[in-house]
Design a protein around this ligand. Structure first.
Ligand code: KG4
Ligand code: ZN
Length: 352
């Protein structure tokens, strides 16, 4: 079985072909980072136009890499939301057009489901597992009970973790995307110099909050720069202090989620971390220790599968296709699409 996956919900245009034996036959990603760089963040109109300009070439490239033609595909899966709607429309329309022209099924995939199932593409991982999903747009703790069966334990009440890295990097003049820049600057920094808050730490539940932390960084920058220009040492120490605060806060919330996971799924053995922020070495180390202390195994898909990509969309397509969960050509792109609709009303921001 071969499925073509398309991803266009944010600032990566991507096409991939995956088979049911978990082999990635082709995986191409075109990042728009340089297009959005001058604006310090993703501009939706620019993103949608760039997806439209490049998606057909990327599909041709993916088919070429896999040495396959359209006639070899069993289905096409496209991210159907949540995300920047202009881009989602581009991918969904392209996916439906291919499905209609070739007479094969179409699947509209929830981008979060793509992230949630990506560890089953890279690893031989059984359900259920606990997932920490940390990216630029999402910050959630979910129990993945099965395909299409997700229980959201917590989400952010303000910014996503990656968003906090990006905004803080901007404050420190480190550029975009902020996560890698902060991690680099933090390497030579002293994480104990600035006592920044650990939002929600020690409180019950699994929700996240990063807005207060960002404000604390801003106030520290203002205090320091009222005396003299920020030195490289100040920037490195602030980056290290911020990174430690985010990692500790994420780990504290994940520890609470593990207790809830144990109650619901006593047989569960795995903690999975996915999303762009999963690239952060300090966070990985802290999660590794937490998992070991709790008798769980930490699984982190390779970086290429953690950041936005189309292989995870194709794989979610395979998982759904096997259960006959295909969609009609009347599928509507969705700017918002919670994975666990029952949780959407319970606290947090309805961002995803
Ligand atoms: O999953 P992703 O590629 O896109 C979204 O769906 O948002 O995640 C991108 C986010 C950005 O906010 C970026 O700053 C963050 O992941 N990120 C990191 C690191 N690498 C990327 N954050 C912390 N440390 C990193 N090394
Ligand atoms: Zn994503």
């Amino acid at each position: 079985m071969l499925i073509l996956g398309l991803e266009t919900s944010c600032d990566e245009t991507a096409a991939a072909i995956v088979d049911a034996e978990r082999r990635i036959r082709a995986d191409v990603v075109l990042s728009q980072t340089t297009l959005h760089l001058p604006y310090g963040g993703v501009v939706p109109e620019i993103a949608a136009r760039a997806h439209l300009e490049h998606l057909d070439q990327l599909i041709t490239q993916a088919l070429g890499e896999a040495k396959l033609g359209f006639g070899d595909l069993d289905a096409v899966a496209a991210t159907g939301g949540p995300g920047l709607i202009g881009g989602v429309i581009v991918g969904v329309t392209m996916g439906k057009a291919i499905a209609l022209a070739r007479g094969i099924p179409f699947l509209g995939i929830n981008h979060l489901e793509g992230h949630a199932l990506s560890a089953r593409l890279s690893h031989d991982l059984p359900f259920p597992y606990l997932l920490l999903l940390v990216s630029g747009g999402h910050c959630q703790l979910l129990i993945v009970e099965g395909v299409a069966r997700y229980v959201r334990l917590g989400t952010t009440i303000d910014d996503a973790a990656g968003e906090a890295f990006d905004k803080t990097a901007k404050l420190l003049g480190l550029g975009y995307p902020g996560g890698p820049a902060i991690e680099r600057a933090a390497k030579s920094g002293d994480a104990s110099r600035f006592p920044l808050p650990r939002p929600l730490t020690g409180r019950p539940g699994c929700d996240f909050s990063f807005a207060g932390l960002k404000t604390a960084v801003r106030q520290t920058v203002e205090n320091l720069s009222s005396r003299a220009e920020l030195s490289l040492r100040d920037i490195a120490d602030l980056a290290a202090s911020f990174q430690a605060a985010v990692a500790e806060s994420l780990v504290d919330r994940t520890a609470n989620a593990i207790a809830m996971f144990r109650d619901r799924q006593p047989g569960g053995r795995h903690l999975v971390v996915a999303g762009g922020v999963a690239a952060n070495t300090l966070l990985r180390q802290k999660l590794e220790s937490l998992a070991a202390a709790q008798g769980l195994t930490l699984i982190a898909p390779p970086l290429r599968l953690c950041t936005d990509n189309a292989a995870m969309i194709a794989w979610a397509g395979i998982e759904r296709f096997r259960l006959n969960l295909t969609d009609g050509l009347d599928f509507s792109p969705r700017p918002r699409w919670p994975l666990d609709p029952a949780a959407a009303g319970r606290g947090g921001r309805a961002k995803a």
